[in-house]
Ligand binder design. Sequence first.
Ligand code: NAD
Length: 702
Amino acid sequence: MISKVGVIGAGVMGSGIAAQVANSGHKVVLLDIVDRTSDNRNTIVQRALDRMLTGKPAQLSHPSKIEFITTGNLEDNLELLRDCDLVIEVIVEKLEVKHQLYNKIAPYLKADAILSSNTSTLLLKDLKSGIEPLLRPRFIITHFFNPPRVMELLELVTNEETNSEVIKTIELFMTYGMGKTIVRCNDTPGFIANRIGCFLLEMVVRKAIEKNLDIVTIDYIFSDYLKLPGTGIFGLYDLIGHDVMRLISDSLTAKLPPDDAYHSIYRPITVLDEMRKKNLVGRKGAGGFYRLATDEKGKKIKKVIDTRTLTYKPAGAPQQAFQNIDGTSIYEMFISEVMFDFFLYVCNLVPEVTSSTEDIDQAMKLGYGWKFGPFALLDELPHSWFKNGLKERSIPMPEAVRQSTDIPLQKVNMSEILLKNGECELVEHKGNLRLNIRTNLNILTPLVFEQILASVDFAENEGRDLFIYPFSSNFSAGADLKFIAEKINNKNFKELEDYIVLGQKTMLRLKYSKSNIISCARGVALGGGCEILLHSDYIFAHLDLCAGLVEMSVGLIPGWGGIKEMVLRSNGDRDRLLANLRNIFTQNKSASADYFRIDYGLNNLTLMMHKVRLIPEGIEMKFPPKNQKHPKSITLPKVDLLEEFAPILDDDFKRNIATSLNNLLAVSKITEEELLAFEREKFIELARQPATLDKINAVFSR
Ligand code: NAD
């Protein structure tokens, strides 16, 4: 198994990969070349550490993760590699430089260490040709996408020489350790995602410029109709950088066979050459196809280039509405032409780059952020459009299309539904009892609470543990604000109180049931969602979890045991009590699971790196028999929230709540029931204030 990783090269990708290793709690050694321009031989890696702490988006899930990283340089510190189980090379994209490095570090590698390269464009067979034969079965390509913490795709390239244990070890580590979804690729130039993504970018940019089409309209059609990310084509070209695009495409075309269609679409074009001469190479240059400028009033405006004059004008609305890919407007015909060539290219890549059309779709979704991969997108478009195009051009139907559209999807139903109402269900899933919430953003309605209660009864009767597992990408956005607003609007405070009582009953049932409650959280767990986590025995949380007690943002307080848990969990410790309550007053939403664990003082949270696989699959999970962890009453330290929180009590609403809490906590001992009674009473008192409804309604008008 892998417990220590070496990363060589501390540039854009190396620092991001090292940070993600540290995020997972594994030790990592980060090395780069010696900086000859400075007295400090390690300034290059030092700069990488600084970027990890200050860069945006944050590479580290919490500043404390820096402790897992040891730094050094490739002359003084090669000994640090001796106990690394995996060494990832992330240096400049030059074959001979990479070969020199492999030979330099080879004597320092363990006999069973795995060596991998993060190359984007070089072939495994070429990289292997320069290393000693003994290392070859342990040498692979692990291609991360930028930024490594955020992008879920990992392209894995191995060949017939690769040791099968190496593949197994790396698959486990990259999935559960690094949180990546692996797509296996054949050893072909650019692998899958860049070969396909860059083909589309280079083709569309050139053809649209040649036809003098409107850049804003093209980008709008790609993001709105074809569901590519909001940058569209030209925006993404700017983001990657025109210089980097050129490096990738040059490298790709140098390796591709002469009849590959990439050669015909990647032709010289004066506009791009002129832009490069003027440093108009995208966001890192003086602008690209777009440029951000500031108007006379200091407001940021987006400008777009006129490709005939290379001058910029404000980027207006799209020029034409787009109806259909088989329509007859200029833009419809343009999109039809480029997308036909694109789909044909992708179809013809099967089985060269991979024999799996699903893997191609997965790579484009996870590596390029597309909503649909190419084959799924083809299924979304009018059925006859592509087939008619093939017929008109007398092209036989590619084998890959037949595979993806003609074979019906095998629906494997591994889940057995045990209990069900319209909004929540209990299923038997791979040996576990799993509760799925099915409301929008998994909000907690009365029906959801009822199903949770029934599911806990079921689990207890069977003597089993209960997993609360999100069906969608979020754990739960909390209370049903529409329901609350409707009750306030109709002055139906009795029913509102019933809702609070039902929620409290559910939380207590989770906390005191005989079954272990294991909550698996990703996305958001806010308000009531966070309260479920606080009443669970175990939390398996994805690294990027955004959780917190944020009720004060809508003029309310946590009403389902959030305040109660923050007080009880402090267990007489004054600093912890203040830290816990500060979370409520600042509406502290965690920037990662690490922040949630530390800020909310949790000792039952396990960090999970993979967004989808929140619990290891195929492993029977055994939890010790439940014993109640939190006291039903505690001794209170003396606190004055009005004084302690003075800097954050910036309005009457917060001062009112601080005053009420001061009164509540001005006793020496307090019970769980007293805290819950306070929550109910204060919640309804706040709901009766007109400003609360305005704050809730403001959420819907956002
Ligand atoms: P980078 O230029 O940001 O960093 C490269 C690092 O290599 C630098 O820190 C440099 O000091 C170091 N280096 C240079 N010469 C060296 C040598 N002789 N020995 C050891 N180290 C040396 O580059 P990057 O963007 O991080 O790319 C690194 C690798 O990752 C390349 O193979 C690239 O193709 C690949 N990649 C890049 C991206 C991306 O978006 N930037 C994405 C996926 C893969």
